[in-house]
Ligand binder design. Sequence first.
Ligand code: ATP
Ligand code: MG
Length: 445
Amino acid sequence: MNLGNILAVDDEQNIRRLIRNEFSLEGYDVTTAKNGEECLALIQQKQFDVILLDIKLPKLNGLEVLRKIKEISGTVEVIMITGYGDIQTAVNSLKLGAWDYVTKPFKLDELLSIVHKAISGKKQKNPSLSESDGDNYSKSKKFVICPSSAMQAVYQIAHRVAKADHTIMLNGETGVGKDVLAYQIHQQSLCSKGPFVVVDCGLLSHNLAESELYGHRKGAFSGATEAKIGLVEKSHTGTLFLDEIGNIDLELQKKFLRFLETRRFRRVGETREQCVDTRIILATNLDIKKAVQEGTLRSDLFYRITEFIITIPPLRERSEDILAMANYFLENLPHIGTPVGISKEAQAVLTSYPWPGNIREIKAVIRKCALFTDSGIIQPDDLPAHMKARHCESPHKSRNLEDIEKEYIISVLAETEGNQTRASEILGINRKTLYKKIHRYKIFS
Ligand SMILES: Nc1ncnc2c1ncn2[C@@H]1O[C@H](COP(=O)(O)OP(=O)(O)OP(=O)(O)O)[C@@H](O)[C@H]1O
Ligand SMILES: [Mg+2]
């Protein structure tokens, strides 16, 4: 009997041995690798159903390996194994397409159950109905209006500026919905009939960035065997969405500046300047002020170019949206199944959880839970262990945002063993703010 092919990637021999023994006993075929390079070589040779991937690996780290795995194989599910307190990286891994994550030290039962779910989820998935994670704009335009007053204000501003041709910066934590809002703005703008061109600035390679953006003449450099139209030119009469703008290096930011100010550019290898008529939207999940202060973002890019900053608040600051989004994702599952609901107890867990991965995380959680609930109603037990663990014992007690924030800070401080620098990184706030909050909530008294 073979329940599925598993590849366990961990640099610790003990963990590899443990996983091999336990999973083999359960009926899985287990292969192991001690680093990312071995893992990548193995997946070229053999088809795996699930990869258990340690986030901390020598040389190529887990996230890089995950990215490469997803390039090579579109079908394998990856479960990340993360160190205690490394929630942010784990959340980032969901963004890169990991199925789930477990935190070390993990219980084998927990890991077995996640692997089992991942494999049965694969079998149940209907590929023709499954949707890419909002990245393919032409296919996935689904957008739900969040009911919170904070988001209503965001939509109002977005709607108003959409009609003008202001350069807009969308700011907010990972997963809050910057990409989907950018597309909405494009849809509501006067250039909605034109193309919506996305540039993921984080993926621009330094050497080829100019040619990617501005295009090149045939023979402009070795390897330029054909002339190429760049993304900037493709966005003419439409919108150019510069996503993750904080991820481009300063030199490139400088080169960008002139184009952003003048809309003029030159294909690599050409002397003639061209001009495009393009609406520009930028997005970043960085704390803009801090990034400017620290010098990772050019101040002129933000203060001269950006005419409007729209900040999307994190989900934990707009708890009304949590259940609205959960129900929306439940009703719009990519597979057709029996109707599902969420029990009162599970709702309490959902609303008290701080959602560091924001809407992306709630989408992933709901989709997985709905797939595996036996009763048709999602119960607290169907939710991931780390969500239940931090939920307070009395779900009926009404808790305000401050209670939730206090609890979250306490749990992060516990995870980081009191290390405030690391805690502030995980929480996404600076140390001074954390210090103030610790005092305000009398956390150590
Ligand atoms: N209002 C919404 N309606 C429906 N789905 C949404 C909404 N907002 C966000 N989502 C979904 O949540 C996920 C994350 O959204 P999005 O990619 O826009 O976030 P982001 O802020 O750009 O994140 P990052 O900073 O990590 O790039 C996507 O799968 C998207 O489809
Ligand atoms: Mg984004």
